[in-house]
Design a protein around this ligand. Structure first.
Ligand code: PHE
Length: 464
């Protein structure tokens, strides 16, 4: 027998849970390093344009079918007919979520290890200030990264097994306001450091010449999908626990603004500190794990700041992992009638196993490479640059063209307003076209990379 379907307890609960899912490594770790590699302010500008023209419209589209279906990511694509070919889009979204979670847990594990290290003092003493080799030694170990990956996944499974209201919503209600305060305090502190102005300029004073570089667009689009959590059935799933009374456009806007503010304030915590203390903002994925600890070590009160920063990073990652794991769990409970704890155990176990090669990609599997991409890089590249945009296009076309226009507008809470027409055309034409152009361009870059056996060094993790 199916239990009655759970719902968020209130709009605040829904917004906090959804921001908790959206705010994660993407805001604190990925945003700052990708912005650092792509010119800072120009990247931010292009990113904001994509959030408005692609991100928010797609979020609304995902929530529209999710809430209508009151089911899972796959049944959301069966508005007209069961097992229609459109549900392939839903399936792809679920697979993308599982793949993303598989390596996300690895990086969350790194963050958790650094938090524990910072709190116990091991991080500050063991590294003797050479965090490059400290980090490399850790991620190339044959067991440690797997152990930390397992711990973060277990914590995630405990929350998800608790259910929508008592697990997911409760944890996010508790943590998200707290994390927002922490990130603001970190930024306020970083801004008082002498030389902080350079970091602020880096993030806000654009060098427009960089607009001519195609890689800026691809990076901004990938980041928009990753950070807003679009293209992996997340809003379809969280939207399915939404009561009719919440307005979708307002909810999507609040979540997008909250997510973007988090990334910008985190940038204001990171770049001023990096510039003030002579680090390299374009250090790549190592920014959080090598550059920042070095910066913390030189800062007055840096050890305490380090504890707080890595707590923030690990916790924000955890609330996102909860959102990601809920996607396959919702599909299994709704479609197969599985019990929640059982679905959580199976999905969590599979994701763990799928992530082991990523956890070992700098150790045991270091030799597995395409060009210079290791296992983790390859999965990240494939998911963020191809799967998420593809699911984005599929969702946009489904909502824009397959659903009847009046139905889509009404289900999205636009009714007959002008905003609705704008949204519809963004979803029908503009967003898919923009995604397609950028997708074609990254395919070209990939092709070149494979045929010349060199992948652009800006996009990869190179530790050798
Ligand atoms: N948006 C999250 C981040 O920025 C990642 C995520 C994607 C979380 C999808 C949940 C669902 O880290």
């Amino acid at each position: 027998m199916k239990a009655p379907r759970e719902q968020w307890s209130s709009r605040t609960g829904f917004v906090l849970a959804t921001i908790g899912g959206a705010v994660g490594l993407g805001n604190l770790w990925r945003f700052s390093y990708v912005a650092g590699e792509n010119g800072g302010a120009v990247f931010l500008f292009v990113y904001l344009v994509f959030v408005m023209l692609i991100g928010i419209p797609l979020m609304i589209a995902e929530m529209t079918i999710g809430r209508h279906a009151q089911g899972d990511a796959i049944s959301a694509f069966e508005v007209h007919r069961k097992s229609s070919a459109w549900n392939m889009v839903g399936w792809t979204g679920v697979i993308a979520a599982c793949l993303l979670l598989s390596y996300y847990a690895v990086i969350a594990g790194w963050a958790l290890k650094y938090f524990v290290g910072a709190a116990t003092g091991a991080l500050w003493s063991a590294a003797s200030a050479d965090y490059g080799s400290y980090f490399r030694q850790f991620i190339s170990d044959r067991a440690e990264p797997v152990a930390w990956q397992g711990v973060t996944l277990l914590m995630t499974m405990l929350v998800v097994a608790g259910g929508v209201r008592h697990g997911i919503e409760r944890v996010n209600r508790l943590l998200i306001p707290f994390l927002a305060v922490i990130v603001v305090i970190l930024a306020s502190y970083a801004l008082t450091l002498p030389g902080a102005g350079k970091g602020v300029r880096f993030l806000f004073a654009p060098d427009w010449a960089a607009l001519r570089e195609p890689k800026v667009y691809a990076a901004a689009l990938g980041q928009a999908f990753f950070s807003l959590s679009v293209g992996m059935a997340f809003f379809v799933t969280y939207g399915s626990y939404m009561p009719r009374a919440f307005s979708l456009p307002a909810s999507a806007t609040i979540v997008a603004v909250g997510d973007t503010l988090f990334a910008i304030v985190a940038g204001l915590a990171i770049f001023p500190a990096v510039f003030a203390l002579g680090g390299n903002p374009a250090a790549g994925p190592e920014l959080a794990f090598v550059t920042l600890p070095q910066v913390f070590l030189k800062m007055p009160g840096g050890a305490a700041i380090g504890i707080v920063f890595f707590f923030l990073l690990a916790t924000a990652a955890l609330t996102s992992m909860v959102g990601l794991l809920e996607i396959p769990v919702a599909a299994m409970t709704h479609r197969r009638g599985a019990r929640r704890w059982y679905a959580t155990a199976i999905a969590g176990g599979c994701v763990f196993l799928a992530g082991v090669p990523s956890a070992l990609s700098y150790g045991l599997f270091d030799h597995v490479r395409v060009g210079s991409y290791g296992v983790l890089d390859m999965i990240d590249f494939g998911v963020s640059n191809f799967l998420l945009p593809a699911v984005g296009i599929g969702t946009a076309l489904y909502v824009g063209w397959r659903l009847e226009r009046a139905f889509a507008l009404q289900e999205a809470d636009f009714g007959a307003s002008r905003w609705g027409i704008g949204w519809l055309w963004l979803v029908r034409v503009i967003a898919p076209l923009m995604i397609l152009v950028i997708l074609a361009q990254s395919t070209g870059a990939l092709w070149q990379a494979i045929s010349f056996d060199e992948v652009k060094s800006e996009q990869k993790i190179e530790f050798k």
